[in-house]
Ligand binder design. Structure first.
Ligand code: FCB
Length: 458
């Protein structure tokens, strides 16, 4: 039997197409810091993280990896890794502090320099326009449950692409609308910390509408732009063949996956979504024509993938009547497990069940309790195994016919993991937050070697 460590040594880079993009990902609030620099406005995350009890240790993104000042060093790290792509997000409140009106020239200059340097380094940027940083004034005006927020976002997207579109061709509208809608407005675990299911459902619809309106605005601003969305796809598996568990699994899947995939890929909301949500805010939010806007053709689908869950029926759960648990015992921090076959499964599902668009894995990775050992190294052997096993699963998906074009590991750097703060480390590169020193981990060395072996074969 081949163990994970053999796999790391043996994984054949020739299983990936020649022009496959090897990348890593971050998001602005999680790495930039510089929260009050250069006229940046306030976002819902600035406000939320300052409230006691919302994040581990009361951590905030005020400083984070101070990428706002250290970005040149970070681009040099990407170059050393041999990355062909880098997924970053632009901060809405840095570019448009109040959420409406003209862009902030200091913010524009920051991203122009960063994107220009990436281009000079041969690294193709994939830029996310919304990675959860809603300007606070827009939340005060109703936030995502309010329809107007979708229009505000589309206007921002058009302006941002007008200002930066000569330096980046690939754009992601919204990152993980599921997390923003349900963690932000139903469970309250993420900003803005509200707790209402109908608000979460309205938010989900308006995030999708924001995506559709932004697709138009981006194409209007830059005809050469390629546009997609980054959707969190969870592999949802029934815990038994019991009828109640199967029905619960279908509802869980409707919430996690189909609420987003179906309308974005041009099918409108499926019956299972109408059944769950029409009376809980959806019917009241949808206006005639919305589904056509949301289903505007996209150039690629971004797949963020982390988990396989086993679902069983639970009448005590008021939302879905279902509970999902990790499919395997947790072997990473945050209680998540390692199930590489789940990645193959979600990729094959999207490509078989929906009309095919090129796919990028826009996030995949794991958090481990990494530390600097007495020799000054960070030997994250677990992440090496994780990476090799998920890449092997991605190769299997390609072999099964999936049009997979690239892989962006989450994350380039350890960073501010939202409610989990700095305790959770997802990076290929370790960050010592007190000194801002970067130490590439063993996983970074493995990834660099794998990328260079792929390049040599191509
Ligand atoms: C995803 C987020 C990303 C990061 C990873 C671990 O849900 O998009 O910002 O926090 O999880």
């Amino acid at each position: 039997m081949t163990g994970p460590d053999d796999l790391a040594a043996q994984l054949d880079p020739g299983r990936f197409p020649r022009d496959f993009v090897w990348g890593a990902a971050t998001s602005a609030y999680q790495v930039e810091g510089g929260f009050d620099a250069g006229g940046r406005g306030v976002s819902i995350w600035d406000t939320f993280a300052r409230q006691p009890g919302t994040t581990v240790h009361g951590d905030t993104g005020d400083i984070a990896c101070d990428h706002y000042r250290n970005w040149r060093e970070d681009v040099a790290l990407m170059r050393d890794l041999g990355l062909g792509g880098y997924r970053l997000s632009v901060s809405w409140p840095r570019l448009q502090p109040g959420g409406r009106g003209a862009l902030n020239p200091v913010g524009v200059a920051f991203y122009r320099e960063l994107l220009g340097t990436l281009a000079d380094s041969g690294i193709r940027p994939l830029v996310t326009l919304y990675h959860w940083e809603l300007p606070q004034p827009l939340e005060d005006a109703g936030g995502w449950p309010s329809r107007d927020t979708a229009s505000r976002f589309a206007e921002f997207a058009g302006l941002a692409v007008e200002a930066l579109g000569d330096l980046a061709a690939d754009w992601i509208t919204v990152n993980e609308p599921w997390c923003q809608a349900f963690l932000g407005y139903e469970s309250g675990k993420h900003a803005p910390g509200r707790r209402s299911l109908p608000d979460a459902v309205a938010a989900a619809h308006h995030l999708l509408l924001a995506h559709g309106l932004a697709v138009r605005a981006i194409r209007g601003a830059s005809p050469r732009a390629r546009v997609g969305i980054a959707d969190l796809l969870t592999d949802v598996v029934a815990a038994s063949s019991d009828e109640a568990d199967l029905a619960a699994t279908a509802r869980y899947d409707a919430n996690s996956n189909r609420l987003f995939l179906d309308p974005v890929l041009g099918r409108g909301y499926p019956d299972c979504v109408h059944e769950l949500y029409d009376r809980r805010g959806l019917a009241a939010s949808v206006v005639a024509g919305d589904e056509e806007v949301i289903g505007a053709p996209i150039d690629f689908l971004g797949v963020n993938h982390y988990q396989r869950v086993l679902v069983h029926a639970d009448p005590a759960d008021g939302h879905l009547g279902a509970v999902g648990v990790p499919a395997e015992p947790a072997t990473t921090s945050l209680g998540w497990s390692v199930t590489p076959d789940a990645l193959r499964s979600v990729l094959v599902r999207v490509s078989r069940e929906y009309s095919p668009v090129p796919i990028y894995i826009t996030e995949n990775g794991a958090s481990y309790p990494d530390y600097v050992d007495p020799t000054g190294q960070v030997r994250d052997v677990e992440r090496v195994s994780y990476l090799a096993s998920y890449l092997a699963a991605a190769a299997e998906a390609i072999e099964a016919g999936v049009d997979l074009r690239g892989y962006f590991h989450w994350s380039l750097l350890d960073n501010f993991e939202w409610g989990e703060g700095y305790r959770s480390r997802f990076g290929l590169v370790y960050v010592d937050y007190g000194t801002q020193r970067r130490i590439p981990k063993a996983s970074a060395a493995w990834y660099r070697d794998f990328i260079s072996r792929h390049r040599r074969r191509a």
